[in-house]
Design a protein around this ligand. Sequence first.
Ligand code: FAD
Length: 392
Amino acid sequence: MNTSPAPTQERLETRIRQVQEATRGISEQYPRSYIRQCIDQDRFPEEMWKALGEYGLLGLSVPEHFGGSGGGVVEIVALAEALALGGVPTLFLVVTGLGRVPIVRHGTPEQIKKFVTPTCDGSVKLCFAITEPNAGTNSFNMNSLATRDGDDWVLNGQKVFISGARDADIMLVIARTQKPSEVKHRTDGMSLFVVDMKTPGITLQQLNIQVETAERQYMVFFDNVRLPADALIGEAGKGAKLMFEGLNSERLLAAAAALGIGDYALGKAVAYAQDRKPFGKPIGSYQALQHRMALAKAELEAARLMTYSAAERFDAGEDAGAHANMAKLLASRAAVAAVEAAIQTHGGYAFDRDYDVVTLWPMVRLMEIAPINNEMLMNYIGEHVLGLPKSY
Ligand SMILES: Cc1cc2nc3c(=O)[nH]c(=O)nc-3n(C[C@H](O)[C@H](O)[C@H](O)COP(=O)(O)OP(=O)(O)OC[C@H]3O[C@@H](n4cnc5c(N)ncnc54)[C@H](O)[C@@H]3O)c2cc1C
């Protein structure tokens, strides 16, 4: 496809290309077979993560004076897309990208140096915990509670589905510091903490989740976990607003990962469709397959434009909420369509794990549900963009 950019697009495309070229070096050194080996061995892709740090890619979107590589949301989104396009999507990048936003924006210089700077070379890994078993999508209903004890905080509660909790050194946790009955508005009384995973009182239970990524998911229990005063990011009770600033960029990282996997799957489909000839000519010449792939490609490209447009808005300091929500909605749907096209094209072989086609499906399907389900995104668009009554 001719991807020559329109003049106004040129600067954006240059920013994206620079990241893509740097990332290609990593995904060639650590291809999909490497990630699949890590998955089989149930281990974190430590070597790849270290290389991403050494190349300065993990430092993208963190200002250089804090030890990062500079750039903005566009660059880290480009990294997420490029890794997925190389067949090595990583959920850890999504949660790291999200988790660092509120710390960089609202942490003290000491907190940024302590919690963010070492994530830029990969020496410290950060995971993110918001989801709770009973609250689910309705995060404001969470029960985890941190109470003051002198200068310290004491955290009790439970989180679920936490990606990479075993491999992380620190975890960004959002918890209540006031019970819902003690606040005027349900968005008040929540606070953000950075928790050292070695703190006594934290236990993990691995979940049996069927998504082909090297990061596993965990139930995390906090039992009287004592946090020092500097674990609190920003003002106590105002954590919800800080968290939402990070969640918009997380949506874009998820969108980018979906786009990359979608294109990766289409690449496999096209190669197979050129080669496979049960009736003597390539199955890629049949319109039923060709149009399905063509439509998926068009939808991926449209979602990609939306994703980078939202990332640019984010970097320009504009309110990118609506665009980020639309981008994640469209990208996840386009990616599912692309993987479905790849499955159809591969016929029965799609279900042979060694062909690595059906194995792409859980991850893209997940992107329709996490980090936030598409219904909530449509709720947002319906209410805040179209001005319709709140539907839930
Ligand atoms: C592989 C994986 C990795 C994850 N990683 C993390 C992580 O690192 N950190 C973290 O904090 N969480 C993580 N999550 C949690 C994820 O963000 C949640 O699963 C997701 O937000 C949905 O919550 P739930 O599963 O409780 O669904 P529920 O809230 O029970 O919702 C179920 C379904 O109901 C529908 N629904 C719910 N509410 C509405 C509504 N208001 N309007 C319309 N429809 C609605 C949607 O279709 C939704 O899919 C992960 C989950 C998975 C599976």
